[in-house]
Ligand binder design. Structure first.
Ligand code: ADP
Ligand code: MG
Length: 562
């Protein structure tokens, strides 16, 4: 087959441009990305072999190799992993298959500073392209395990790339960078220097579970060919004690597992001893990904069995409302070729799930007590997901409510917990009041709020879709009912309310005629017309019965066709 030339997809081209005119100050991380991809490819091959996929592939010495050629100014990262087919190369390398990319690029253009842009890029797995920060040309030769011919991909990172079929490619993938001239002032180091390579691997990729070998340079006269040197310790961070591992090392593991370029917000460790032994290293990201609420959201929780990765994206380890948690769980006594279906039923896995759930919620609680800014970030990014647990996980309801906070009329910018709300309740106030809606502003403008504002009664302002549902499911907190200000009869009989029972009866008599007339006029459209204590300015408002759907829910069900 002749060499074919293709154009990068528009989004891919935009990202490449960003890479070439790099927004990253730290260019060394390109090597971390290539090693990370190589490591993923080795994991995938071993998983395929474990599942007996009938691959005709050599898995006897899986490893990563780095080879530098100072004269040609090239650097090659090679693995003998799963490799890619001709079509896969075009699909995986030539396009960005992420649905949120357009949205992301828009945000990127709006990002005010380089640091913001750098953070944003990290979410989109542009790992491979980062090579163009240091190279003016990249070549990739790959052969998918089990296939007979390979593929050569090459690009200068501009508008196009070429693809051709090659016959003699070894199994796996080799990525060769044609390096730009070193320019230390712009953080562009000499990446053919053995010392520099060792440094970078040690710093970013030490924990990688596959050997990363440095191919020795050409031998001198009369010398023996030197042995390749393994650069990484391959120590599983989760199996080491806390004081042996630096925060930076944890953070690099997080980046490898999550494909995020930023540091995590929080690191959570758990080592369970006893009959069923396992270790967990979990991370809370700092930012919610764009696709968190979509069906194809990929979790980043990996399951290992005795240091061997057996499942990426293992959904059985945590409940859906903690799906944003990234990390590694390494269990001692599981079968290596256990399937997803079996995992869901497994008693031990369910035990792990319960324990990890409690641990994550406890960590958030600690964070809340110790570092309110960090907690605020966490809740802003993930609160809407965590609240799903109020419906799905009744056992942990109290633990979730203890870490939940809500916007409230009490303060413009400080959210409140339910506990704090209860402590501020007025004498004579029996219930916790809330109102749901699209935004704080739309709720505050609602006539339902008038009486509460006038009497200084605090109202929780709930704006996440899930809020419509959990308030009913939970029903009460600390013996106080959760009540919508837009539903049923509201009797704001708190202190300072001047109207007496007698006055109210008198008023009802006076207006009986008018109310009757209005009821007649509105006919079938309303159930009842009542005098109200809720309003101070607006003449009238529409109220649902206590057990009716709220308008927002009604809209939601209607949209779903129910
Ligand atoms: P990510 O690793 O976040 O998916 P990358 O840009 O780093 O994004 O890589 C894109 C895709 O290209 C990978 O998901 C993988 O499918 C493929 N790929 C990259 N490098 C390799 C490799 N060494 N071996 C096999 N596949 C690879
Ligand atoms: Mg990658």
């Amino acid at each position: 087959m002749p060499t074919e030339t293709f154009e990068f997809q528009v989004e891919a081209r935009q990202l490449l441009q960003l890479m070439i005119h790099s927004v990253y100050s730290n260019k060394d991380v390109f090597l971390r990305e290539l090693v990370s991809n190589a490591s993923d490819a080795l994991d995938k091959l071993r998983l395929a072999a474990l599942r007996h996929d009938g691959l005709d592939a050599d898995t006897s010495d899986l490893h990563i190799e780095i080879e530098a050629d100072p004269d040609a100014r090239t650097l090659t990262v090679r693995d003998n992993g799963i490799g890619m087919s001709y079509d896969e190369v075009g699909k995986l390398i030539g396009t960005i298959a992420n649905s949120g990319t357009a949205e992301f690029l828009k945000e990127l253009r709006e990002a005010q500073d380089a640091a913001g842009a750098e953070g944003l890029i990290g979410q989109f797995g542009v790992g491979f392209y980062s090579g163009f920060m240091v190279a003016d040309e990249m070549t990739l030769v790959t052969r998918r395990a089990g296939e007979s011919s390979g593929t050569r991909w090459s690009s200068r990172g501009e508008g196009t790339y070429t693809l051709e079929t090659v016959d003699d490619a070894p199994q796996g993938t080799a990525v060769t960078l044609h390096l730009k001239p070193a320019d230390p002032e712009n953080q562009l180091h000499d990446y053919t220097s053995t010392w520099t390579i060792k440094e970078i691997v040690k710093r970013y990729s030490d924990f990688i579970t596959w050997p990363i070998r440095l191919v020795p340079g050409t031998k001198g006269e009369g010398e023996d060919t030197p042995e390749p040197e393994t650069l990484n310790s391959m120590k599983a961070l989760w199996a080491r004690s806390r004081d042996e591992v630096s925060d930076d090392e944890y953070h690099e593991l997080y980046k490898h597992v999550s494909h995020d370029w930023r540091d995590p917000l929080e690191t959570i460790r758990l080592q369970a001893e006893g009959t069923f032994e396992y270790q967990a290293l979990l991370f809370l990201p700092e930012h919610a990904p764009h696709d968190l609420f979509t069906r194809d959201f990929r979790r980043g929780l990996q399951l290992y069995v005795k240091r061997v990765l057996i499942m990426d994206d293992c959904e059985a380890l945590l409940p859906p409302y903690l799906r944003f948690v990234k990390g590694v769980v390494d269990a001692q006594d599981l079968s290596l070729n256990v399937s997803r279906e079996i995992l869901q039923q497994d008693r031990h896995i369910r035990m792990i799930q319960r324990r990890l759930t409690k641990k994550v919620l406890a960590s958030v609680k600690e964070m809340k007590a110790a570092d309110s800014a960090k907690y605020a970030t966490f809740w802003r990014e993930f609160g809407a997901v965590v609240k799903e647990g109020l419906l799905g996980d009744p056992d942990n309801r109290d633990a979730i409510l203890a870490v939940a906070s809500f916007a409230s009329t009490h303060s413009e910018d400080e959210p409140t917990t339910l506990q704090q709300y209860v402590e501020r309740m007025k004498d004579g106030q029996d219930d916790i009041y809330y109102m749901t809606g699209e935004s704080r502003q739309s709720i505050e403008n609602s006539p339902h709020m008038e009486a509460f504002r006038a009497r200084g009664v605090e109202v929780l302002l709930l704006t996440d879709p899930v809020d419509e549902v959990w308030v009913d499911a939970v029903g009460e907190f600390d013996g106080k009912r959760l009540r919508s200000v837009a539903k049923g009869e509201i009797d704001l009989d708190v202190q300072g309310d001047e109207q007496t029972e007698g006055e109210r009866e008198k008023q009802a008599e006076e207006y009986a005629g008018l109310l009757g007339w209005m009821k007649e006029q509105l006919g079938e459209d309303v159930k009842d017309v009542r005098l109200s204590t809720r309003l101070t300015v607006s003449p009238a408002c529409v109220v649902s019965d206590a057990h009716d759907l709220t308008p927002a829910l009604e809209n939601m069900y209607r949209a779903m066709g129910q």
